[in-house]
Design a protein. Structure first.
Length: 119
């Protein structure tokens, strides 16, 4: 019985059958526990399959995620622009200018510069 004193029941209707489960009885509670266990088992199976699929893709040389915005050659050019200095010893290009040249954001330039060895 629920706190208000009335019986609780859940009505499940599918295309093929209509099922009324009284959750105030031991049999009704057990039914829902079994359904919950089956749902948890199904979720675990899907998770395992996903992990197995990702591992198989990695062995084939495939990685997930977005492709880099700059090709290695472009990143090298960006690094050269970043390190280039004028006759007065100051940097010729700002990160904003380099980013605008390649059509990317400043954090993208910084991220690519961090992965390249210093020249």
């Amino acid at each position: 019985m629920s706190p208000s004193g009335s019986h609780r029941s859940v009505r499940t209707v599918s295309r093929y059958t209509a099922l009324v489960v009284d959750t105030s009885t031991a049999m009704g509670r057990m039914f829902f526990q079994i359904l919950g266990s089956i749902a948890e088992f199904e979720h675990a199976l899907m998770s395992e399959r996903t992990h197995d699929g990702l591992a198989a893709a990695r062995t084939r040389g495939r990685t997930g995620g977005q492709k880099p915005k700059l090709a290695p050659r472009q990143a090298k050019i960006a690094q050269q622009m970043y390190e280039e200095t004028g006759p007065d010893g100051r940097l010729m290009y700002t990160v904003e200018q380099i980013a605008a040249e390649f059509g990317v954001t400043c954090p993208t330039i910084y991220r690519h510069l961090a992965t390249l060895p210093a020249q």
